[in-house]
Design a protein. Structure first.
Length: 144
């Protein structure tokens, strides 16, 4: 017979695995997108948008920082409270991307930032309330 505790533990493991998968995919997406915004020439970045090139570069820096914040705290088990904050910051960036897409181009182009923002919102809530990362145990030095 399976106990309630075992069922809860299995659900937590599945939720944790799902969140790690989504976090990894989103981190890869934002590493690529942010990296491209930093290495592409400004002229290429501003060819299809009225946004200033320096603003696009700034967004690229934020995307890279957010990508690292999605995975590094959980991997290192240090300051694990930063993961939901990184996800929430990227949600704000996706809100801006959705708004800019709606203003500049066809509404159908806003589907991708909306979906990415929804996945980031799931990670934000999941790592904040449902399955937060566990910080590494604190080790204390003992006097000899």
């Amino acid at each position: 017979m399976t106990s309630i505790h075992q069922i809860h533990h299995d659900d937590h493991r599945k939720t944790n695995a799902f969140l790690w998968t989504v976090q990894g995919l989103l981190a890869a997406l934002f590493l690529f997108a942010g990296g491209m915004k930093l290495v592409m020439p400004i002229a290429a970045l501003t060819a299809q948008t009225p946004l200033p090139g320096t603003f696009i570069r700034f967004v690229g820096v934020l995307e890279l920082a957010g990508a690292l914040g999605l995975v590094l705290p959980g991997l290192a088990r240090i300051h694990t409270e930063l993961t939901p904050l990184a996800a929430a910051g990227l949600v704000l960036i996706m809100c801006g991307a959705t708004g800019a897409t709606l203003v500049i181009g066809p509404a159908a182009g806003a589907i991708v930032p909306i979906l990415v923002g929804a996945l980031l919102a799931i990670v934000t809530y999941g790592r904040w309330r449902v399955a937060p990362h566990q910080a590494a145990p604190v080790r204390t030095l003992r006097a000899a």
